[in-house]
Design a protein around this ligand. Structure first.
Ligand code: SF4
Ligand code: SF4
Length: 430
């Protein structure tokens, strides 16, 4: 769809009253302190692009690319402007005018083909197991990587050798009386980087009366493509996934990843596919999508068996932006953690502030991302927790790196993994 005709571009820009509320909450502006990095500045830039007053140049993309797409500005804007959508639309418009071969390779060739993506992760895991990543680091070989990647490659350590998909069955029967048939949207981050989360998700859902279907041909949710100026590819991926999931008779479509459930939500579908022929089908699909923690607490009203416990484990929680800001889900993950008998839940200051991970952001904006991460770690460590829970693979990767940088003895973990451990009588503290 043409940039100028996209609903946020067509209908929202003029609503900006330049009040600056967005500026006061933006984690990037609080580090850069420059109007071009402020959400308000982005709205103005998009307006100039729309009116042809600035050209769709790389320099404009770079300014807009400083944004984490964390949506903090959008939920705080009194005029109801979806600033992040304006930004994503503008990135895509500029990218269409200034495409890059590397991005085509990464986001079109690799990230749209699950088999290829899996192979590249497998190779990376092999490289790490053989110690080649450490070798390359020690010998300075990583310095030949482009841009921030020479420093950011450290964030990508501990890549598992086997994907979740290769370890799970396509159809997982409910234990006991069946309550629902759910489609599990197994996103790339969970599948390839955190298979233990996927296994715990299937374990907990089946224990609670759900038959879990994992469709074979599902692809990426498209969120990395949106963030990288590839709206058309994100649209193609969305259409593909809608067709696949709508071909099953599902009661719900469950995701344990904040970015995936946000990408599959009705709001995001409207942004991507509003006004297109597939719109109704997309809304039918999105109407079934639900975050795992919300499903476990609000639909299944999950109960975890009581037991005698010598010592509680202190757990804190970081809100992923794509869950708290994009979907307004804050209570369910906390409630789920509180229902685990072994857990003592402690709130951290500024739990709802971005960790600086934001998908590929930490790989492309290393220094800025680390400044935002440092503040998150300072807040998290005040709790003295032994577990730092979160519901997003990108946040997880960033927080694990933060924990390592701070030499903090703390495990970063998805709440569902703690629930599964509790069911299986494994020490939550393991
Ligand atoms: S909060 Fe909304 S209306 Fe106010 S300056 Fe930011 S984008 Fe404009
Ligand atoms: S989405 Fe987040 S990082 Fe981007 S401008 Fe808004 S508040 Fe700032």
């Amino acid at each position: 769809m043409e940039f100028k005709k996209l609903p946020p571009v067509k209908e929202q820009i003029m609503k900006c009253v330049r009040c600056g509320k967005c500026r006061s909450v933006c984690p990037v502006f609080s580090e850069i302190r420059n109007e071009t990095a402020a959400p308000r500045g982005h709205v103005f830039m998009v307006q100039m692009l729309r009116d042809g007053k600035v050209e769709p140049e790389k320099a404009v993309y770079e300014k807009l690319g400083n944004c984490l797409l964390c949506e903090t500005c959008s939920i705080n804007c009194p005029s109801g402007i979806d600033v992040h959508e304006l930004n994503a639309a503008a990135r895509s418009y500029i990218y269409e005018n200034k495409p890059s071969t590397t991005k085509e390779l990464v986001f079109d060739t690799l990230w749209t083909k699950p088999g290829l993506l899996k192979t590249s992760t497998w190779i990376m895991s092999g490289v790490q197991k053989l110690g080649l990543q450490t070798f390359a680091r020690n010998t300075g070989l990583t310095k030949i990587l482009p841009g921030d990647l020479s420093r950011a490659e450290k964030i990508m350590s501990g890549v598992p050798s086997r994907s979740a998909r290769s370890q799970l069955k396509r159809v997982n029967p409910a234990q006991g009386e069946k309550k629902f048939t759910v489609g599990y949207f197994l996103g790339c981050g969970t599948d390839l980087l955190n298979p233990e989360i996927a296994k715990a998700t299937v374990d907990v859902l089946t224990r609670n009366g759900c038959e879990v279907i994992i469709p074979k041909d599902a692809k990426c949710c498209g969120m990395p493509h949106v963030a990288n100026g590839k709206l058309d590819t994100a649209r193609r991926l969305a259409v593909h996934n809608i067709k696949i999931y709508n071909s099953f008779n599902l009661d719900y479509i469950i995701s344990d990843c904040a970015s995936c459930s946000s990408a599959l939500s009705a709001k995001h579908m409207e942004f991507l596919l509003g006004g297109l022929k597939i719109e109704d089908e997309a809304q039918q699909f999105a109407g079934k999508v639900m975050d795992l923690t919300q499903f476990l607490v609000e639909v299944l009203d999950i109960k975890i068996p009581e037991k005698n416990i010598d010592e509680l484990t202190r757990v804190t929680y970081h809100d992923p932006c794509h869950l708290a800001n994009a979907q307004g889900i804050k209570q369910a993950p906390r409630e789920l953690l509180k229902r685990i008998p072994e857990v003592e839940f402690v709130e951290m200051p500024e739990a709802n502030r971005c960790c600086g991970g934001s998908g590929t952001y930490s790989l492309t904006h290393y220094d800025l991302s680390m400044k935002i991460l440092d503040r998150k770690m300072d807040n998290a460590m005040t709790t003295g927790a032994k577990k730092l829970a979160t519901c997003c693979p990108s946040c997880s990767m960033q927080l694990k790196y933060g924990v390592e940088r701070c030499h903090w003895q703390c495990e970063v973990v998805h709440p569902v993994v703690l629930v599964s451990r509790s069911y299986r009588q494994l020490p939550v503290r393991s």
